[in-house]
Design a protein around this ligand. Sequence first.
Ligand SMILES: CC(C)(COP(=O)(O)OP(=O)(O)OC[C@H]1O[C@@H](n2cnc3c(N)ncnc32)[C@H](O)[C@@H]1OP(=O)(O)O)[C@@H](O)C(=O)NCCC(=O)NCCS
Length: 177
Amino acid sequence: MINEEIPDQGIRLRPATVQDGAGMWEVARDTETLDLNSSYLYLLLARDFADTCVIAEHQGKVIGFASGYRRPRHPEVIFLWQVGIHPAWQGQGLGKRLVGAFLRQPGADRASMLETTITPSNEPSRGLFESIARELDTDCQVSTCFAADDFPDAGHSAENLFRIGPYRPAALNRLAP
Ligand SMILES: CC(C)(COP(=O)(O)OP(=O)(O)OC[C@H]1O[C@@H](n2cnc3c(N)ncnc32)[C@H](O)[C@@H]1OP(=O)(O)O)[C@@H](O)C(=O)NCCC(=O)NCCS
């Protein structure tokens, strides 16, 4: 089970519990970038997908989270659904450490490929995942996952699929705090 302290910052990386659902929803809202799903969904994620859901906590508050799941028909793939850092904590290396913890948690054990989707305009997210591919010394392949007109709600951007891997478990230590 992940339980890591980031030295000097008083930040703990740990698995989610149901009590974190509200804080995850608030962080997603405060990023003003992530798709804000219903608060009910974050509670379900924290309850039922806790093995693939990591929290960054500072002084008892959720300041970041990463959520995802193993693809049922492709268990070698760990899919990262959302990663969000509260704006006050962005740009300080926390996103990279959080994704590192996400990949080292029990729910990602024996996965060798990381997938996520990114809207083409999201430069910070692209920068984060390209940096992770470099740290893991592996490939980052980009293709279309969902086109804009796959979405029923007007104004939704396309989502590009980033496939990072294969990676070796030992390489994940490079993303440790
Ligand atoms: C994307 C996000 C999670 C990154 O977290 P972060 O803590 O700010 O990122 P880090 O400080 O760990 O930086 C990680 C890498 O991303 C790069 N990066 C960070 N911000 C960047 C930016 N604005 N433009 C380009 N690259 C950027 C950094 O250069 C770093 O790479 P390096 O270590 O090789 O230099 C954060 O900005 C965020 O929460 N954004 C809003 C929500 C979002 O868009 N989530 C992703 C979609 S699911």
